[in-house]
Ligand binder design. Structure first.
Ligand code: ADP
Length: 248
C-alpha cells in the first residue's frame, strides 16, 4: 500500500541537561514506511532523541508530532506507546523462563486494550498473529523452546517479535546487531528491511557495514543536531562527517 507524508516529525527540538544542550535545534522527518538509520559519534544525542520520541525525556522547546494528528509533547509515555510506537533497547529482555511462544503471547497480553475482550475468538486471532510473527522473525522451529537456550541473535529477533505482536506503526531499534555473528547480522538486515513498508523503522547503529546494507537514507547526528542526511555514500563522502568520525 502506498502511504503519504511523515509519520514522525521533530522541529527545532532542544533539550539541555545542566545547561549542556544534548539536543540542539534538531529537525527530523521520518516518512511512513521508511527505514532510517541514525548514526553519529558517542554523545551525539542519539539516545536522548529516542527518549524524546517515546516521551521519556521532555524537550525544553520544539515540536514532536506523530502523523498529523498527535502532538507527542502533550502525551504521557504510555499514551505514546499506545499509539503504536515500540522501542527495542540494545540488551534483549525476553523472559528466559518462558518458551518463545509464551513470550509472544505475553507481549500480546501486555496490550491492555485487548484484555477486557479476551474471548475464545480473540485467542484464535492471537495464535494466528503469533504464527505470523514467528515466520517474520524466523523462529518457527524454536516456538516451543525455552527462550533461555536461544542464541544472542535469536533473543534479539524474539524481542522484535514481541514488539510486532502489537502491530506498531513505528519501531525504534537501538543497536540491533551489537554482538551478533556475520550470519545473524545478515538475517537481521533481512528482517528489518522486510518490516519497513509495513511499518516505519528507525535504527540507531554503530556498525557502518550494517547501516550500508539496510538503509536507503542515513541521518548523521552530531552535537545534538543533524550534520548530514542522505544515502550512505553521500554522507560518508561529506567532509564534515569524515572530520567528525576521524576527529581530524
Ligand atoms: P548518544 O546516544 O549519541 O551517545 P546521548 O543522547 O546518550 O548520546 O548523550 C548526548 C549528550 O547528553 C552526552 O554528552 C551525554 O553525556 C548527555 N546526557 C545524556 N543524558 C543525560 C542526563 N540525563 N544528564 C546529563 N547529561 C546527559
Amino acid at each position: 500500500d502506498v502511504r503519504h507524508g511523515p509519520i514522525l516529525y521533530l522541529e527545532d527540538v532542544t533539550v539541555s541537561f545542566d545547561g549542556f544542550k544534548a539536543i540542539d535545534t534538531l529537525n527530523l522527518t521520518i516518512d511512513d514506511g521508511e527505514l532510517r538509520c541514525i548514526i553519529g559519534p558517542n554523545g551525539a544525542g542519539k539516545t536522548t532523541m529516542m527518549d524524546i520520541i517515546t516521551g521519556k525525556t521532555r524537550p525544553d522547546s520544539g515540536k514532536v508530532w506523530f502523523g498529523s494528528r498527535h502532538d507527542l509533547l502533550t502525551m504521557s509515555e504510555p499514551q505514546i506507546a499506545s499509539l503504536g510506537i515500540g522501542r527495542k533497547f540494545q540488551k534483549p529482555t525476553v523472559f528466559e523462563a518462558l518458551s518463545v511462544f509464551e513470550n509472544l503471547e505475553l507481549a500480546m497480553a501486555a496490550d491492555k486494550r485487548i484484555l477486557p475482550t479476551l474471548t475464545a475468538r480473540m485467542t484464535g486471532e492471537i495464535r494466528e498473529r503469533i504464527d505470523e510473527v514467528l515466520l517474520t522473525i524466523g523462529l518457527v522451529e524454536q516456538r516451543q523452546r525455552s527462550a533461555s537456550i536461544l542464541s544472542h541473535g535469536q533473543k534479539q529477533w524474539l524481542e522484535i517479535g514481541m514488539l510486532l505482536m502489537q502491530r506498531p506503526r513505528l519501531l525504534l531499534v537501538d543497536e540491533p546487531v551489537a554482538g551478533m555473528t556475520e550470519q545473524e547480522m545478515e538475517r537481521t538486515a533481512e528482517l528489518l528491511t522486510g518490516l519497513a513498508g509495513k511499518q516505519s523503522v528507525v535504527v540507531v547503529e554503530h556498525d557502518m557495514g550494517f547501516v550500508r546494507s539496510i538503509a536507503r537514507k542515513v541521518t548523521v547526528l552530531h552535537q545534538g543536531s543533524v550534520l548530514a542526511e542522505g544515502s550512505m555514500d553521500q554522507v560518508a563522502s561529506d567532509p564534515r562527517v569524515v572530520e567528525v568520525y576521524l576527529g581530524a
